[in-house]
Design a protein around this ligand. Structure first.
Ligand SMILES: [Zn+2]
Ligand SMILES: [Zn+2]
Length: 143
C-alpha cells in the first residue's frame, strides 16, 4: 500500500473538508506536514508537494499548529485500509467487503500491511489469527 497523493489531490480533498470555509494557510500547512511525515522518497508526489506547496515552517516548528486538517489527511490517505480482493469500503473504520470476498472475516494488520485470516476457537469461542493456536489451548491446566 503506497500513500502518495499529489498536492492537488490533497488540496481538493481539504477544500471539501472545509465546506466553503477555505483557509489557505491551514490547508497548505496541513499538506506540508503530512507530506513531511509520509513521503516515500524524492520521486514521490508527497515529496514534491513539500517543495511546491505554499507553506514554509518556522525554524522551531515540528508539526501543524491546528491538526484538524492534518488528521483529515491521515484518515483519508494514511489510515485508509483497502482490500486486495474486492472494492472494499471502509465505513467509520469498519471494513465492509463485497460479498464473496475471501478476506471477509480477516483482520487488517497495519504493521504487516496484509489481511490476516482468522478462525473462532472451538474451545472458548475467541477469535484467533489463522496459523496460531488460541491462548486457551496453551493453558498449563488442561481439562
Ligand atoms: Zn475484500
Ligand atoms: Zn480458545
Amino acid at each position: 500500500m503506497t500513500i502518495d497523493p499529489t498536492a492537488d489531490e490533497m488540496r481538493a480533498f481539504l477544500t471539501m473538508q472545509q465546506c466553503g470555509d477555505y483557509d489557505e494557510f491551514a490547508t497548505e500547512e496541513a499538506i506540508y506536514w503530512f507530506a513531511n511525515d509520509y513521503h516515500g522518497g524524492q520521486a514521490s508526489n508527497l515529496y514534491s508537494a513539500l517543495s511546491t506547496g505554499g507553506f514554509r515552517p518556522g525554524p522551531c516548528a515540528n508539526g501543524p499548529e491546528d491538526d484538524y486538517l492534518y488528521e483529515a489527511l491521515e484518515y483519508e490517505y494514511a489510515g485508509r485500509v483497502s482490500c486486495d480482493q474486492c472494492e472494499m469500503l471502509s465505513i467509520n473504520g469498519v471494513a465492509c467487503h463485497e460479498r464473496g470476498c475471501p478476506n471477509i472475516g480477516a483482520r487488517w494488520d497495519k504493521e504487516q500491511g496484509e489481511w490476516i485470516k482468522q478462525y473462532e476457537c472451538r474451545e472458548c469461542g475467541f477469535t484467533v489469527d489463522k496459523g496460531y493456536s488460541c491462548d486457551c489451548a496453551q493453558s498449563p491446566y488442561p481439562d
